[in-house]
Structure formats: C-alpha cells, structure tokens
Design a binder for this molecule. Structure first.
Ligand SMILES: Nc1nc2c(ncn2[C@@H]2O[C@H](COP(=O)(O)OP(=O)(O)OP(=O)(O)O)[C@@H](O)[C@H]2O)c(=O)[nH]1
Length: 450
C-alpha cells in the first residue's frame, strides 16, 4: 500500500525515533523507516531516547519495552511527564504480548502496540497512520493555540454563554472590563451582569434558538449597561452570535463604549448650553418647551412662559465696554437660573440680552409672582448701570404669558403673549413685570409693581 492510500498522508519530513537495545532490530527498523522517506533517529537505551527526544522533537517514537536500565514503560512515563515530549505519540514494540502488558502500555499514553517479531509491512502501516493522525492533531493543536492567543490578547471582551444564561467562558479583556479575576465569571449567570429585563430578553432569544437551531440568526449589536463587579455601570456594545457545539451556545463580544459615551454625553451637554452664561441655550429651551407643551396638552395643566430683556443694555455696553457687558449678562443669567427650581422649570438665554423662563404646572398668578421675584433679585444685585435712564443698576423688563394648551393651540401663541407683555413692560417704563391675560391686554403683575 502506498503512503497515501489510507486517505491520510504523513508529512514528508516526518521524523521517527527508534528505541531498541537489540542492534539487529534497530538497524532493520532504521532501514525500513529511511526507505519510507522518514528522517530517522535511533537510541539503544531509555536515557538516550529521552535526551534525543528533547533535542530533535520526533513526530513518532517506536519504543521497545524490555531494555537494560530504564525500560520502555519508564521511558514512556518520563516522555509523557515532560512538556516538550508529552505530545509525541509512542508506539510500543515488544515480545511481551500479555494483555496486562498491552493495557499497561496504553495506560501510559501509548497510541499503539506492536508485537514482536515485527511484521514490517504492518509496522509501516501503523507508523504511517499514527504520523497522519499526529499531523492532523498537531494542526488542530496549533489552530487551537492560535485561537487561544487571539482570544487572550484581543481588546474586545468575549463571553461564551449557554442557552440557560450560564456563562461558560470569558477572555481576559472581558474580565478586565467587568472587574473580575480570571475564571471568576465562568459559572455565573447573565443576571449577575445585566438588568433583569435585558437578561430576560436575551434568555428568550436563547431559548428560541435552542428550540429551533436551524432558524438561528445573530442577535446583532446593541448597547447595554453592564454591572461592574464593584457595582458601577459600564456602557458596552454587545454582539451576540449563536453557535452549535454539542449544545446551543452564544458568543458575546463586548466593546467598551463608556469613553465614547462620556464624550458623546459631553458633546450633547455642550450643544444644550449657552457658552457665555452656561445656562440652557435656545435650542435646548425649545425642545424642553415642546415636551412640556405636549404634557400640558395631555394633563390640562397651566404652562407659564416668562420673557426677560435687560434694560438699556446697548447703553451698558457703550458706556462700560463689551467685556463688562458679558460679565453683566453672566450675573443676570445666574440670578434668573436660580429661580428655576423644579425639574419642570427651565431658564435659558434666548439670544443677546434676552432670557426666558418656563414654569410648567404654574398658573398666571404664581408665574407673575415668580417673575416679580426675579425682577427684584436682579435689581437687588445692584450691578452699576451709570447711563441707564431707568435705574442706577442693571434692571430687566419682564413679560409673562400663561396657557392651558389644547390640541389646536400653537406654541407661538404663548411666545407672542409673553413678548407682548415684555414690550408692554418696556413701554410702561422698564424694570417691570407685565402679564398677558388671554384675550386681554398686558396688565401689571402684582401689587408691588407700578
Ligand atoms: N456684551 C454683550 N452684549 C450683547 C450680547 N448680546 C447682545 N448684546 C448687546 O445687547 C444690546 C441690546 O440692545 P437693544 O436691543 O437695542 O436694546 P437695549 O439697549 O437693551 O434697550 P431696551 O431693550 O429697549 O431696554 C446690543 O447692543 C447688543 O450688542 C453679548 O453677548 N454680550
């Protein structure tokens, strides 16, 4: 039979070590192996065999059992105990054909047992077969090692999860991201990492796949919040892919997006804030108002809008300079923002020297009182405004409008009302609050105002 006829073909440069104390047997085997095209090494003692094996890493060892000194069994034991030689397949050769001997050989890790006297064609066939098995098992071993190196060094976290939610394996990146020691996560449940609702959703997907593996599809990537071992939350992208290996399994890939998320949040926050005064900007105010408007439309609660404009601010800039003007605006902004106390209140710079305040669930009377306290607060700051014909200090004119919005109403109506009231306050002498009553002209806000 030619070397390729078994369907396996051993590598051409396979190396075989023959260990036998009988010179005739050694030389016959050597010729045979050389004829087969193998690189051949010989040793006539167990000690020499160990030495050679550690040096030349043969692909196969033909090992006689009965030898003076270290016998074949002990030699095999030592080969299997050494990391460099433990994976080398050993075929025992012996005239001892008792079952116990054969079993002892296999127990020591031998892959085959040849009875002496040797029948050379059989030796060739068995050697060829073992070399082929060795070649394919080495390829598998190398592939597994390569895979292990990739999994251990990859920056993405990797988890293997069973269909019941039990974590079977995690790589070092996953352990690192989530604060666990190596192997600590194996055996835990995904409930330990995910919030119960998300975990439940994944479990349902797992059991759907487990019931019908043929319909399996990747669960795709989604953003999840994972509990770090120390209790904090980390934001990650989780990609899940099913795999069937004797049982349904799921490969989870974790990609840390906390930093990305933080900068995204920072950008989002920055896009909502007025850079000069650090209070909300117009864009943020408009979307906030839109939400509160919708809510008020549903609940029927009153919604109050307050528009504030700094009096004679052009004169302020002209007399004290633009930088002083900026500082003045910052101080006014802080005073205004300090009156937006509830989660449903919002103060914003609407543009230039104009500010707005939204008070949800606040009727006209309460909004007028709040507006009056903002006006008084700013006046009480006593920010000098030497050229103002109204007051020696910075003052503001304020308009208030209140609506209980209905489906057919428009937000502009609220704005127009508050603007009209604010212009009425300017007309009436500035440093005043005016309230726009629906269908009425602007009226003075409270008893304290002129
Ligand atoms: N320093 C500074 N000034 C600004 C800023 N934005 C707008 N202004 C100034 O605010 C002034 C607003 O002036 P006007 O709209 O004429 O009104 P006013 O002088 O406040 O007069 P009344 O509103 O009628 O009391 C302008 O001179 C703008 O240049 C800013 O960010 N910084």
């Amino acid at each position: 039979m030619s070397p390729g006829s078994t369907g396996f073909s051993p590598p051409r440069d396979a190396a075989v070590l023959i260990v036998d104390d009988a010179p005739d047997s050694l030389s016959a085997l050597r010729s045979l192996m050389v004829d087969q095209g193998y690189q051949t090494f010989v040793a006539n003692t167990g000690e020499r065999a160990l030495q050679l094996a550690r040096r030349v890493h043969p692909d196969l060892i033909l090992l006689d059992i009965v030898m003076p000194g270290m016998d074949g069994f002990e030699t095999c034991r030592q080969l299997k105990a050494h990391p460099v030689t433990q994976r080398i397949p050993v075929i025992f050769m012996s005239a001892r054909t008792e079952t116990d001997d054969v079993v002892a050989g296999f127990d020591l890790g031998a892959v085959d047992y040849l009875r002496k006297p040797l029948r050379m064609p059989e030796v060739c066939a068995r050697v060829r077969t073992q070399l082929s098995i060795r070649a394919s098992s080495e390829t598998q071993h190398e592939q597994a090692e390569r895979l292990r190196a990739i999994v251990n060094s990859m920056a993405e976290g990797l988890l293997i999860i069973e269909a019941n939610g039990r974590i079977q394996f995690t790589n070092p990146a996953c352990d690192g991201y989530l604060g666990y020691a190596p192997d600590e996560l194996a055996g835990r449940h995904i409930d330990d990492l995910l919030n119960p609702l998300v975990a439940q959703e994944y479990l349902e997907y797992f059991s759907r796949y487990a019931a019908h593996p043929e319909t399996a599809h990747s669960h795709g990537t989604r953003e999840v919040i994972i509990r770090h071992k120390q209790g904090k939350s980390v934001c990650m992208d989780l990609t899940l892919t099913p795999m069937f290996l004797r049982q349904p399994l799921f490969i989870g890939l974790l990609h840390d997006i906390t930093h990305h998320k933080l900068s995204e949040d920072a950008l989002q926050r920055a896009a909502m804030v007025d850079p000069l005064t650090k209070i909300a900007n117009r864009r943020h105010f408009d979307s906030f108002l839109e939400k509160e408007w919708q809510r008020a439309t549903r609940t029927g609660a009153p919604l109050s809008l307050v528009v504030l404009d700094v009096d004679h601010f052009k004169l302020y800039n002209d007399s004290l300079g633009h930088v002083a003007g900026d500082i003045g605006l910052q101080q006014v902004a802080q005073a205004i923002a300090s009156h937006a106390l509830r989660g449903t209140d919002l103060a914003a710079r609407y543009g230039g020297e104009e500010f707005v305040l939204l008070f949800a669930e606040t009727d006209a009377g309460a909004a007028a009182a709040l507006a009056e306290s903002v006006r008084a607060h700013i006046e009480a700051l006593q920010l000098p405004h030497p050229k103002s014909p109204t007051s020696p200090w910075i003052t503001v004119s304020i308009g208030v409008a209140t609506m209980r919005p209905r489906q057919q109403d428009k937000i502009e109506t609220l704005f127009v009302g508050a603007d009209r009231a604010m212009y009425a306050a300017k007309e009436d002498g500035r440093n005043l609050v005016r309230v726009m009553q629906p269908g009425l002209v602007a009226i003075s806000a409270c008893a304290g105002s002129p």
